[in-house]
Design a protein around this ligand. Sequence first.
Ligand SMILES: [Fe+2]
Length: 165
Amino acid sequence: MSANSPNKLFKSELQDMYSAEQQILNALEEMSEEVEDEELREAFSQHREQTQGQIDRLEQVFEKVGMEPEADECKAIGGLIEEHEEFTQKDPSTSELEIFDNVSAQKVEHYEIASYGSLAKLADQLGMDDAGDLLHETLEEEEQTLTKLVNLANDYDYDQLQGEA
Ligand SMILES: [Fe+2]
C-alpha cells in the first residue's frame, strides 16, 4: 500500500457514506409512511431528522478535510432499498411489512456503524481531530438507533404473524 492509502480509503468511505445517507433519507420517509405501528413510525421519522443532521455533519467533515462534498453511489444501501421494493411488491400484511422494515433498518445501521467506525478511526489516526469528533458523534447516534430498533423488534408478536400465514 502506498503512503497515501489511508487518505484514499478515508475519501472513498466518506463519499460512499454521503451517498448512503441521502438514499437512507428517502427510504426512511417511505418506511415511516407505510408502517402503522406508532413507535416504529416515530422511530423512522425521528431517525430521518437525525439523518438530515448526519448529512450536514458529513458536509462539515468534507470541509474540515478540504474536500468538496461529493457522493459515490453506495450500492450496498441501494441493494437493501431494492430488496425493500421487491418485498413490498409481494403484497405483505402490515405486520409482515413492519418486521421487514425494522430488519432492513437494522441492516442499514450495521452498515453505517461499520463505516462510521472505520472513518472515525482513520480520522483519529490521520490527526484530523475535528473530522474525527463529528464522525464519532454520528457513530454514537447510529448505535443508539440500532439499539432502539432491536428493542422494538423484541416486542413483536410473532404469533400474530403465524395467524396471518
Ligand atoms: Fe445515518
